[in-house]
Design a protein around this ligand. Structure first.
Ligand SMILES: CC(C)(COP(=O)(O)OP(=O)(O)OC[C@H]1O[C@@H](n2cnc3c(N)ncnc32)[C@H](O)[C@@H]1OP(=O)(O)O)[C@@H](O)C(=O)NCCC(=O)NCCS
Length: 180
């Protein structure tokens, strides 16, 4: 069982478990926005959908017992205690010690380096905590803000997959990043 000692504290942020009662409204504030969801797999969510996701341990957990499970954490600004985003770390393979991460910020919290700091904290959990060997991130090729986050966090671009997915009504290119 991988059960980190929360909160995970960074210079300006902390990562902590998400709680449906406490956090649904704050998560809804950005997961309901079309601009935020433009390059991520889900469509803008209703408040009920957000609550359901945060309650479902199949998609949102703060501990990991086996590969296939997904760590899902709140990104909170320490100074204000405001929840400004969420991050995921999916445990892909125990044998290959691999995982994949993702991140979303409220637009009002973008432009401060918070995503980069949150990814750094998540990598600490992935490598030092869970003992992973390789962490990947797969992004829409048009999502230049996301590519910049990954490069700042030390990821390397490994592949460009042309028209790899039929995504929200069109063929889209994907860029695969990884860090060992
Ligand atoms: C992807 C996403 C998280 C990037 O957010 P972001 O705010 O651009 O990234 P960061 O939080 O790392 O901030 C970086 C910006 O803050 C600036 N910045 C200010 N202070 C900083 C600091 N102390 N440290 C680092 N950067 C700082 C950087 O210069 C950069 O600005 P720039 O883009 O004008 O060069 C955001 O666009 C988002 O949530 N998008 C919607 C969801 C999404 O697409 N997620 C990714 C799916 S793969």
């Amino acid at each position: 069982m991988f059960a980190p000692d929360y909160p995970i504290v960074g210079a300006r942020l902390l990562l902590r478990p998400l709680d449906a009662e406490r956090d649904s409204a704050a998560v809804y504030a950005y997961q309901s926005r079309p601009d935020v969801c433009r390059y991520i797999p889900y469509e803008p969510r209703t408040l009920d959908e957000v609550r359901a996701k945060l309650t479902d341990t199949g998609v949102s957990r703060s501990t990991l017992e086996r590969e296939g499970q997904v760590l899902h954490l709140a990104v909170v600004v320490r100074e204000t205690e405001e929840l400004v985003g969420d991050v995921i770390l999916a445990w892909r393979s125990e044998a290959h010690r691999s995982g994949e991460l993702g991140y979303v910020l409220h637009p009002a919290a973008q432009g401060h380096g918070y995503a980069t700091e949150a990814v750094g904290l998540l990598l600490g959990l992935a490598f030092d905590g869970l003992g992973l060997h390789r962490v990947t991130a797969r992004i829409d090729a048009r999502n230049t803000a996301s590519a910049a986050v990954l490069r700042r966090a030390g990821f390397r671009q490994e592949a460009v997959l042309l028209e790899n997915e039929w995504f929200k009504g069109e063929w889209t290119d994907e860029i695969d990043f990884a860090i060992l």
